[in-house]
Design a protein around this ligand. Structure first.
Ligand code: ZN
Length: 400
């Protein structure tokens, strides 16, 4: 684990606000927690004491959960709505349909396919996962190169638009990445950046502490993002405050367009970010409240001593194992539909694919907010199982 100076202004002074803990999977976990800190100089909020960029790159190559294997790589209706909205917001800023567009961290290419549907033919993707690039080729005939951001230094082609959709919050060495992005753009080219919006975290707390996931390590407001971009040779073109539907929950998104300028200002006139710290404190308050029900259900399971199976081994479960009594429950098995997890262990209990449930009678605790209803429906309708189902959250729009 290594310390970070502020990724926005480079200052080493910071204040610790919160520590997020995770229980680690036997192989393939990145870390068992991180500190959430506020920069003492510019007010940016970020995760500190985290692994190196090389370790993150290795993790994304091996453990990608963006392959949508269980849907044959197809994207969901919600994701398609997000992509349609992005294309509509970007379109007026592009000169014409001959524009060259690059999506960095493009997963299975759904956003590029949406640009293609809207007449843009010159599209290319980068993604660290080989499986994602095969799927993009198969589904849409879109070329996706297997490169993490940190390994795209000398790419020849230049682009009119580079897309960084839900990527910047994952990157440790941000300034390095932005230098690379700047080199990939034509003079005056545009970069689309979408990240979670810290100033609205507290409005969307259907699941506690979820914004501090294993993979999110930078928490932007529009002020901090603009400070960062100006320091790296970009000026602001447009900012939107969107709300994105992610399966069963909503997420506040900061969607932005910045333009490459020729003069990089290293002196950096920072506008202090006075909103992020108070937004963070408010979000933590709401998270503790939102967790109360979940902790009561877990207490009841542990006190009863009954054996259970837990479905879901992502950030949601890894946080609860580290911070609640869930680790003391009589857990017979973990289930997850992502094959990257199968054969591994969590608190010494094996992780299996859902098929194993056919031979089990224990109640199934669904440990996911995002996919809770989808999992409950799969248990009854796809797997046709009659095991009791324990839910941690109220049902959404889909009923069994
Ligand atoms: Zn700073």
């Amino acid at each position: 684990m290594t310390e970070r100076h502020c990724p926005v202004c480079g200052n080493p002074s910071k204040q610790l606000i919160y520590h997020q803990s995770f229980s680690q999977i036997s192989e393939g976990s990145l870390f068992n927690g991180y500190d959430v800190v506020v920069c003492g100089h510019c007010g940016f909020v970020f995760a500190d004491n985290i692994p190196s960029q090389e370790e993150f790159d290795r993790y994304y190559k091996q453990m990608s959960k963006y392959e949508n294997e269980h849907q044959g790589g197809q994207i969901s209706i919600c994701t398609q709505e997000t992509y349609d909205s992005i294309v509509q917001q970007v379109k007026p800023f592009l000169a014409n349909e001959d524009s060259y567009i690059l999506d960095v961290g493009c997963a299975t290419g759904g956003l590029l396919a949406t640009f293609q549907k809207n007449g843009y033919k010159n599209v290319l993707g980068f993604d660290p996962s080989p499986s994602c690039s095969r799927t993009a080729q198969r589904l849409y005939g879109i070329q996706v190169e297997n490169r993490p951001v940190s390994e795209i230094s000398d790419f020849e082609a230049k682009f009119d638009l580079v897309i960084f959709n839900s990527v910047l919050e994952h990157i440790r060495d941000i300034s390095e990445s932005l230098k690379t992005m700047r080199n990939l753009l034509k003079p005056g080219g545009l970069i689309w950046i979408e990240v979670p919006d810290i100033t609205r975290f507290a409005e969307y707390t259907s699941v506690a502490f979820q914004q501090f996931s294993m993979e999110h390590i930078n928490f932007f407001s529009s002020v901090s993002l603009t400070n960062l971009m100006q320091r790296n040779g970009f000026e602001v073109e447009a900012i939107w405050h969107n709300v994105r539907q992610l399966e069963e929950i909503q997420d506040p998104a900061l969607s932005t367009l910045y333009r490459r300028v020729e003069q990089v200002s290293t002196s950096g006139v920072f506008k202090a970010d006075l909103v992020s710290k108070s937004a963070l404190l408010e979000y933590l308050d709401y998270s503790y409240q939102a967790d109360t029900n979940v902790l009561e259900i877990i207490d009841e399971i542990v006190s009863s001593g009954r054996a259970i199976v837990v479905w879901g081994v992502g950030t949601h479960t890894q946080r609860l194992l580290a911070t609640s009594r869930l680790k003391n429950a009589n857990i017979k098995a973990f289930i997850d539909s992502n094959p990257n997890y199968h054969g591994k262990k969590l608190i010494e209990v094996p992780i299996y694919s859902p098929e194993i449930l056919a031979g089990m009678t224990e109640p199934i605790l669904v440990s996911s907010r995002l996919y809770q209803d989808e999992i409950a429906t799969a248990i009854r309708l796809t797997l046709k199982l009659s095991n009791d189902i324990i839910l941690l959250y109220k049902r959404g729009r889909n009923q069994i």
